[in-house]
Write a protein that binds this ligand. Sequence first.
Ligand code: WQD
Length: 337
Amino acid sequence: MAILITGGCGFIGSHTCLEMMSAGYDIVVMDNYYNSDPIALERVRALAGRDFPFYECDIRDADGLRNIFEHHTIDAVIHFAGLKAVGESVQKPLEYYDNNVGGTVTLCEVMAEYGCKRMIFSSSATVYGMGNPSPLLETYPTGAVTNPYGRTKYVIEEILKDLCVSDPEWSVVLLRYFNPIGAHESGQIGENPNGIPNNLMPYVSQVAIGKRPFLSVFGDDYDTPDGTGVRDYIHVVDLAKGHVKATDYALENAGAEVFNLGTGKGTSVLDLVKTFEKVNGVPVPYKVVARRAGDIATCYSDPTKAKEVLHWVAEKDLEDMCRDTWKWQSQNPDGFC
Ligand code: WQD
């Protein structure tokens, strides 16, 4: 029994490869290296102390996918592969729909050809859009999304739900991530953004290591305790462990099921900055600037369903996330190289 992990060379994918192997699963990994580095998988092999098959393949390449299914009995797919930059998606919507939505349709078609009808999908809290109050519940309406990236996640969720209605043999677990940050405790793998980081934590760690002069805090006039944006930051290792539980669930059930993967706690930008400085003893200079278009004040999860159904709870706290991020960044100032 093997689990195919698409996009397994990326930030969340590489951490999930490790946790899946330590849970006893055999894995097969594919990635097109568009937003990842082969070194990450070399490090995963070293940390796991074992090898696994890898295929350089694009999810839109049906024959490339068939080649994988011809050579391996795949019982389920954990599907990470996709473009994920919010700002870029506004500039290049067709690329995002072709890659994320078209690629997922191709993947599902090939899966069905080989009788593999179990998928764990990397979705996002972004599908909740602007209108829902936090803490967010899985039953809240989705779809009022403000960017093409988020809309691809929403559309793919709807496609996978429709697939389960059309064929009751399908088992689909939709995992809505909140804000994944942190790194493996070894410091060997972590978040390795291309160019200028869009997200808060990688930017903070690049300021701390001296690659950036200061952090721009996007607004301090939100209706939050300190005026800065509040989010549900979750350690990437906790998120990876959530995928192990989701895979266990997908193998035992049928139909489509949605789960929030978050801590259920809200943390402001300045909370995170101050915790990072305290835990690591390093300054993170910042300047408050104008709000970023599309940002909302507050977004955090109610993770009760994942606790009750998947028997999963995030265990690591913000200090762990800051400490592990810094260890990764300090050991790899220029990322994988
Ligand atoms: C967090 C907070 C910013 C950068 C995004 C995607 C979402 C998901 C997670 C994929 C906000 C503030 C940020 C900076 C700042 N990705 N900030 N200065 O926007 O909650 O979610 O990443 O699924 O889809 O939308 O995360 O880290 O960009 O921002 O002040 O340089 O930090 O305003 O309040 P976000 P983020």
